[in-house]
Design a protein around this ligand. Sequence first.
Ligand SMILES: [Zn+2]
Length: 384
Amino acid sequence: MAPVTTTQRTVLTGARVVLPSGVVENGRVTVDGGRIVADESAEASTVDLSGCTVVPGFVDIHNHGGGGASFTSGTPEEILTGVRTHREHGTTTVVASTVTGEMDVLAQRAALLSELVEQGDLAGIHFEGPFISPCRKGAHMESLLRDPDPAEVRKLIDAARGTAKMVTLATELPGGLDSVRLLVEHGVIAAIGHTDATYEQTIEAIEAGATVATHLFNAMPTLNHRAPGPIAALLEDERVTVELINDGTHLHPAVLELAFGSAGADRVAFITDAMDAAGFGDGHYDLGPMAVEVKDGVARLVENGSIAGSTLTLDTAFKRAVTVDRLSLSDTVRAISANPARLLGQYDRIGSLEAGKDADLVVLDASYDLVGVMRKGEWIVRPS
Ligand SMILES: [Zn+2]
């Protein structure tokens, strides 16, 4: 039998395409060999996406799991289930977040997760805790919290063998500023979060090199007119990107709008902070050592009812941003793809629909519901 000649080159046609330069109606995206390419060959097969919008694949820098699986405690197979679940919801790049645990346990997790980073399934590791404030512990176990001793911070990033991307810490604690400097020296993002810092202390941490606010507003002092606290310091400094959880539970839409308007679209990263129940369902779960109950899609600690991560996926965050928050498509793409890709130092490869980059993209229908996901040129969800 004669071999069937097929072309690998595919052109997506007819859709509205969100490019860094703006939104193009009836645009084209050409994919070849897992990459986006500029030229359009006559040999290409076409996929008609009329009525749809094509945006870059989503990049989530703060995510604890999904699909019933935990990045903090799951086996490699379970972790991959979580990664696959988020991919099916448009997140083509996932950083795995841990929660507070024993130092030895965290070091072991780092070693395990680093293998998944090396094989390309995860984009890096984010350590959330244990170097956080007992006053703002959220869903982290208080007895395991500790001050950010640079030597211990160093142990964790060493255990991650070059795959640690970010550490969330309460920089006002003893050793906090030295730990920020150590992280910066090692090319790891220092994120201010689960913090009880004052406005002035937060400025010191930014001066020391901290560049991200972990889920701004959540697990930190509120904005007060006489004591502006970390929120004002983080919003006003152009060096800082603020994470926002756009699920309608963690932040009131008016507060999201305020933060977005204040920081500007280039300094916001939409994250999920998802736990196991994301893309899975209500029920009983564990978040590290803490028991969590998920009801109506809201995850709370059994112990005290504190919000324990989210069940958000980024396709839902995207739809919410354009339909409820009334953000433009371009601004939403910045917050959900481009800015987090830049933070990871990977904007040369992901985060926008440009020739030479990975063919990571999401197809949305007229209601902004997800109907297609492509990752490195392979359909994860094929548009019907
Ligand atoms: Zn988290």
